[in-house]
Design a protein around this ligand. Sequence first.
Ligand SMILES: Cc1cc2nc3c(=O)[nH]c(=O)nc-3n(C[C@H](O)[C@H](O)[C@H](O)COP(=O)(O)OP(=O)(O)OC[C@H]3O[C@@H](n4cnc5c(N)ncnc54)[C@H](O)[C@@H]3O)c2cc1C
Length: 248
Amino acid sequence: MNILVCVSHVPDTTTKVAVGPDGTSINPTGVKFILNPYDEFAIEEGLRQREAFGGTVTTLTVGTEQSKDVLRTALAMGSDKAILVKDDVRADSFVVAQSIADAAAELKPDLVIFGRQSIDFDSFQLPSMVAELLQWPCVTMVSNVSIAGTAITCERDIEGGKETISTSLPCVMSAQKGLNDPRYPKLPDIMKAKQKPIDERPASTAQPRVATVAMSLPDQSRLGKMFSDSDADLDAVVTLLHEEAKMI
Ligand SMILES: Cc1cc2nc3c(=O)[nH]c(=O)nc-3n(C[C@H](O)[C@H](O)[C@H](O)COP(=O)(O)OP(=O)(O)OC[C@H]3O[C@@H](n4cnc5c(N)ncnc54)[C@H](O)[C@@H]3O)c2cc1C
């Protein structure tokens, strides 16, 4: 079974993100980037299916030279091959999806696995878009999967319960948290991954369909204030409730 796993390079959730001078993008200076957490489940599932059925796991990301870090993590976990689709200009989800679909059309995997969402732009769009571009079935938010021949049965989380879906390979699926327990790469594998080749290919020349108009950080004036239980702080709370919040 040949599996294509798509991964995203996202800002670490503990990083303080700032909006860039153009007002429509993130200022990457000082931002620590990591492998999108949901994509760890996608990589792990690819490796488990390869261990069960043989074949190869290829990990792909659409991004910049810096995005190679997440491919190295995938290689250290056990991915056989890695591909960087080089996209230095700002793309929308559609262009990213088209680049992935172009690569999939060439690689002809039996299964394309995504994480359920990227934790930076949170669009939840790529798995469905790629499936549509390939004209393949798509099952999202998968929490359990079993494959027999070309039949694939997926359990997915729905509000208040589970839904079981069956379809056939080739197909696209996205991994929900809990699908598996991702393995930690061992130090020797991390070292070996640094030497492994990463194939590069150009991004799709498709035109973006949406444009970011503005980006802003949450309203700072609504941030909570911390008080102790000292008499002075209790007085301060009463004063603020009276004069600032005008609640009493
Ligand atoms: C270099 C670059 C710069 C960008 N800058 C901006 C920007 O400033 N503002 C903006 O609004 N958008 C930007 N984008 C677009 C944004 O990153 C895309 O929307 C994103 O790649 C897809 O995100 P999504 O939220 O649709 O993914 P989702 O559909 O939420 O992600 C689901 C899954 O898709 C996979 N995936 C997500 N991203 C990628 C990827 N790049 N490569 C491979 N697999 C992926 C992962 O498995 C992920 O778990 C940029 C894209 C690129 C490549």
